[in-house]
Ligand binder design. Structure first.
Ligand code: PHE
Length: 341
């Protein structure tokens, strides 16, 4: 009987070590340890044996059982480890491996410029207001002292809509709209899209952007000197250094007096270069002291208030700041252009 048991053990261990799959191992387990196993069969013979023999064979068979059991467990562990090792080799993730770069976009140069302008004026306590792109004739023209049939209307080539409205030709109508709703004192800027009926060339587009500025207080509190210092601060914010500013007389119906503002060229310090077309000065915006007619057109008493207004082209600022000499590039959506910013 001992021999039989020894044989069974050898056979079992051999089969276990030959096994290659979980299912195979389970089969071997059933075959050697199950209720109908060879070992069980052999042990049935114990019935006819003496107590001594029963005891001895019982011990041996228990030992063998244990041995087979642990062989199976060892095999199981071994197979698991092998499986994991294979998986590891196949699917290992190196967390220190540099990642693939996902292309991230950035702000359009015009948006960037707008944010910069907004930041500068916000730091001076200006409120940022928002206007509408479709305007009526009253706000775009009449209330700004540009009556119908007045030659000044020719300064703004206009897209008229079928319903009599128009695409605003400047952000100035927001001067009127803001004062219809708010009493001075206040200081605002209004960035926004504007439209003119123009053929596009290097410096003109039918669609462009302006930032309107308006600061109003009671008469006697705001002068051209205040305006000049706000402009100086604006230029310093834009170009990162103090730059000389000069006012030239100009005409806009909604200001009196009206100015054109020039800033000393930030690139050549007035010596003359490509950017300032050899003049040493860059024309940057139109402005002036608010015409009393604008106040009265929104129902404010004549002479009670004073203030200044200005309108600046965002594209123009972006062009000066970046050295780009063709406005149309900003609207071409050419990635080779945009990626430079
Ligand atoms: N609205 C004027 C334009 O488009 C600019 C401007 C604004 C001039 C405010 C004076 C004051 O040309």
């Amino acid at each position: 009987m001992k021999d039989k048991i020894e044989k069974i053990k050898k056979a079992a261990l051999a089969e276990i070590s030959a096994v290659e799959s979980d299912e195979g191992l389970e089969e071997v387990r059933v075959k050697y340890l199950g209720r109908k196993s060879e070992l069980t069969e052999v042990l049935k013979g114990l019935r006819d044996m003496s107590v001594e023999e029963k005891k001895e064979i019982g011990q041996i068979s228990n030992l063998v059982k244990n041995e087979i059991e642990s062989a199976i467990i060892r095999k199981e562990t071994e197979m698991k480890e092998k499986e994991f090792a294979e998986l590891d080799a196949k699917e290992k993730i190196d967390v220190t491996y540099p990642g693939e770069k996902v292309p991230v976009g950035h702000l359009h140069p015009l948006t960037k410029t707008r944010y910069e302008v907004e930041d500068i004026f916000r730091s001076m306590g200006f409120l940022i207001a928002d206007g509408r792109e479709v305007e009526d004739e009253f706000h775009n023209f009449d209330a700004l002292n540009i009556p119908q049939n007045h030659p000044a209307r020719d300064m703004w080539d206009t897209f008229w809509l079928k319903d009599g409205n128009l695409l605003r030709t400047h952000t100035s109508p927001m001067q009127v709209r803001f004062m219809e709703e708010n009493k001075p004192p206040f200081r605002i800027i209004v960035p926004g899209r504007t439209f003119r009926f123009e053929n596009s060339d290097a410096t003109h587009e039918s669609n462009f952007h302006q930032v309107e500025g308006l600061m109003v207080d009671e008469s006697g509190k705001l002068t051209v000197a205040n305006f000049k210092s706000v402009m100086a601060e604006f230029m310093k914010g834009l170009f990162g250094k103090e730059l000389e500013i000069r006012l030239r007389p100009s005409y806009f119906p909604f200001v009196e007096p009206g100015f054109e503002i020039d800033v000393a060229c930030p690139y050549c310090a007035g010596k003359g270069c490509r950017i300032c077309k050899m003049t040493g000065w860059i024309e940057i915006l139109g402005a002036g002291m608010v015409n009393q007619k604008v106040f009265t057109s929104v129902g404010l008493e004549e002479g009670k208030y004073e203030g200044f207004a200005f309108g600046v082209g965002l594209e123009r600022i972006a062009m000066i700041k970046t050295g780009v000499n063709d406005l149309r590039l900003f609207y071409g959506n050419d990635m080779r252009f945009l990626e430079q910013f």
